[in-house]
Design a protein around this ligand. Structure first.
Ligand code: SAM
Length: 203
C-alpha cells in the first residue's frame, strides 16, 4: 500500500511535537527546519510543497545520506514516507540531533537511522557505503556546498546522482556549478516558502 503525504501529516505533526518534548521544549531561535519557521514551534504549512517533494523522493529510494540533522524533522518526513529507509545523517552539533535521532530510532524500529557527529567535509570521506540519494541542508555557503556535492557524488549508488538541496535561495551558485560541469536530467523547484530543489544529474 502506497503511503500518501496528506494522510501522513497527522503522524508527522504528532511526532513533531513529541520531538519538541524530547528536546526539552527548546530550539535555536532563528533556525528553522522543514516543519517550522524557527520563530515559534508550530507546524508551518507554507512549506508543504517542499515537504511533499522530500516525502515522495524518500518513497522511491532505499538509502539516503543527509547533511544537517538539527531536530530530525527532515528525517521524520523521510521515515513517515518510508519506514524501512536507511538514513545516515550528519550534524556538527549534538544539542538537538542526538535526542531527536534517538527518538526517531525508537519510533521507526525497522528503519536503519544513524547519526554521525562532525563536520560534513571530514565525515563524508570516511564513509564507504553507497547511497541512493542525498539531502544537503547543513552549512549553506556555496564553497562548502560545492565540496559536499563532489564528496557525495563518490558515494552515489548510481551514475545518475540525485541531490535535494534545501534553502536553494542560498545555493543557486552550487546548482550552476553542477550545470556547468555535468548533465542535469531533472530539476524540480516547488512553489512554496524557503524552497528546496531536486537536482538529478549524470556523473
Ligand atoms: C537548517 S538545519 C537542518 C534542518 C533539518 N535538515 C530539518 O529540516 O529538519 C542545519 C543544520 O546543519 C548543521 N551544520 C551546519 N554546518 C555543518 C557542517 N559543516 N557539517 C555538518 N552539519 C552542519 C547545523 O548544526 C544545523 O543543525
Amino acid at each position: 500500500m502506497s503511503i500518501n503525504f496528506e494522510e501522513s501529516l497527522v503522524e508527522i505533526q504528532k511526532k513533531f511535537f513529541e520531538i519538541y518534548d524530547e528536546c526539552g521544549k527548546t530550539f535555536w531561535k532563528g533556525c528553522g527546519s522543514y516543519l517550522f519557521n524557527g520563530q515559534s514551534y508550530d507546524y508551518y504549512d507554507g512549506m508543504k510543497e517542499k515537504q511533499k517533494l522530500l516525502f515522495d523522493l524518500s518513497k522511491k529510494h532505499k538509502s539516503v545520506l543527509e547533511i544537517g540533522t538539527y531536530m530530525g524533522h527532515s528525517s521524520l518526513i523521510m521515515l513517515a514516507a518510508n519506514p524501512t529507509l536507511k538514513i545516515v545523517t550528519i550534524d556538527i552539533d549534538p544539542t538537538y540531533s542526538t535526542r531527536s535521532i534517538n527518538y526517531l530510532s525508537k519510533n521507526y524500529p525497522v528503519a536503519d537511522v544513524k547519526l554521525l557527529l562532525g563536520n560534513s567535509h571530514e565525515i563524508i570521506p570516511t564513509l564507504s557505503e553507497k547511497f541512493d540519494f542525498f539531502h544537503i541542508d547543513g552549512n549553506h555557503e556555496n564553497s562548502h556546498v560545492e565540496k559536499e556535492i563532489e564528496l557525495c557524488m563518490k558515494l552515489s549508488s548510481s551514475e545518475i546522482v540525485t541531490i535535494l538541496f534545501d534553502d536553494v535561495g542560498c545555493c543557486w551558485p552550487s546548482i550552476w556549478h553542477i550545470q556547468k560541469n555535468y548533465r542535469i536530467v531533472e530539476l524540480i523547484v516547488p512553489n512554496c516558502e524557503w524552497q528546496n530543489a531536486l537536482v538529478v544529474f549524470k556523473k
